[in-house]
Ligand binder design. Structure first.
Ligand code: SAM
Length: 283
C-alpha cells in the first residue's frame, strides 16, 4: 500500500474508529463539513452519510483521483490543493455556503499546528473542529497554566476555542503506523475570545515574547523583546497589576496575560504619544 510519509500519510485502519470520530462531533443533516486531508476517505465516508455537504481538501492528487466518483459531487466536493493555502472565505462564497462549518481531519502530524493556526484565521465561519493530532500536540493545546506543555499554542487555541480531549489511539490504529500516539480533540470555536485584550496582534506579540525563553522570568523576557516599551514602564506596569516580575510565563493564566496586555498596551501608547526623542531606553 502506497503512503507518502512526507505528507504525513497514516491512514485510519479501522472504519469503526473513523465512525467513532465522526459520531463524537454530533453532526446534523444540515451541517457542512470541511475535511482536511481525506486520504483514502476513511472519515469522508461517515461524514458524507451525516452531513449535507462535505468539502474535502487533499494535497495528494493521486488520492484525489482515487476518491473521485465515489460520492455524488453535490455531496462531496473534492478540492485538490494545500489546506495551508486555502482561502475558506472564497471557497464558501464560490460554493454558496454560509453556515458555520464543522471541521474534521486526521491531520498530517508534521504540519498540524500550522494547519490549526491557518484554519483559525477563518474562525468567523467555523463552529468547531474535531481533529486527530499527535498526543503531545493535543497536550500542548489543552494544557492548563503551570504545566510543562503550556505555551504559545495553548494560549492561541484556548483564546479562540474551548477544547476537549476525546480519546487517544495507539499507533496500531493507522496504516502505516506512526511512531507516536494520537489524540482526538474537539475544539468549539468561542463566540467571543476567552478574554478581552486591547489589540490581538499586540496580545500575541506579547505572548510570544513572554515565552521566548521559557526558563527566564517574565521581566527578563519582556526586557529582551522588541516591543517598544520602556524598562521602567514595564516594572511599574507589572507592579500596578500585582504581577510578580520573577514569575515565568508558563504560570500565567489567560486572564493574567490579558491583564498584562491591557496595561502594557496603554503604557506603550502613552510612551509613543509622549516620545520626546531624548533617547529614553526602550525595548
Ligand atoms: N483522513 C485520512 C485517514 O484518516 O485515513 C488520511 C489522514 S493522513 C494522516 C493525512 C492526509 O492529509 C493525507 O491524505 C495527506 O496526503 C493529506 N495532506 C498532507 N498535507 C496536506 C496539505 N497541506 N493539505 C491538504 N492535505 C494534506
Amino acid at each position: 500500500m502506497r503512503a507518502r510519509q512526507r505528507l504525513g500519510q497514516h491512514f485510519l485502519a479501522d472504519p469503526r474508529i473513523a465512525r467513532r470520530i465522526v459520531e463524537a462531533a454530533d453532526l446534523h443533516p444540515e451541517d457542512v463539513a470541511l475535511e482536511i486531508g481525506p486520504g483514502r476517505g476513511a472519515l469522508t465516508r461517515f461524514l458524507s452519510e451525516r452531513a449535507a455537504r462535505v468539502l474535502a481538501v487533499e494535497i495528494d492528487e493521486v488520492l484525489v483521483r482515487q476518491l473521485a466518483g465515489r460520492w455524488p459531487k453535490e455531496k462531496v466536493t473534492l478540492i485538490a490543493g494545500d489546506i495551508l493555502k486555502l482561502n475558506l472565505t472564497e471557497l464558501l462564497e464560490r460554493e454558496g455556503l454560509s453556515a458555520p462549518i464543522r471541521v474534521f481531519g486526521n491531520l498530517p502530524y508534521n504540519i498540524a499546528t500550522a494547519i490549526l493556526q491557518h484554519v483559525l484565521r477563518f474562525r468567523a465561519h467555523l463552529r468547531d473542529m474535531t481533529v486527530l493530532l499527535q498526543r503531545e500536540v493535543a497536550d500542548r493545546i489543552l494544557s492548563p497554566p503551570g504545566s510543562k506543555s503550556y505555551g504559545y499554542l495553548s494560549i492561541l487555541v484556548q483564546y479562540y476555542c474551548e477544547g476537549q480531549r476525546l480519546f487517544t489511539l495507539p499507533p496500531s490504529a493507522f496504516r502505516p503506523p506512526p511512531k507516536v500516539f494520537s489524540t482526538v480533540v474537539h475544539l468549539r470555536v468561542r463566540e467571543r475570545p476567552a478574554v478581552d485584550v486591547p489589540d490581538e496582534a499586540f496580545f500575541f506579540e506579547l505572548v510570544s515574547a513572554l515565552f521566548a525563553e521559557r526558563r527566564k522570568t517574565i521581566l527578563n523576557n519582556l526586557k529582551r523583546a522588541a516591543m517598544r516599551l520602556r524598562v521602567d514602564d514595564l516594572a511599574s506596569a507589572l507592579q500596578r497589576i500585582g504581577l510578580d516580575p520573577r514569575r515565568r510565563a508558563e504560570t500565567l493564566a489567560l486572564e493574567e496575560l490579558a491583564e498584562l496586555a491591557r496595561v502594557l498596551f496603554h503604557a506603550r501608547a502613552h510612551a509613543l504619544g509622549d516620545a520626546t526623542g531624548h533617547g529614553e531606553p526602550t525595548i
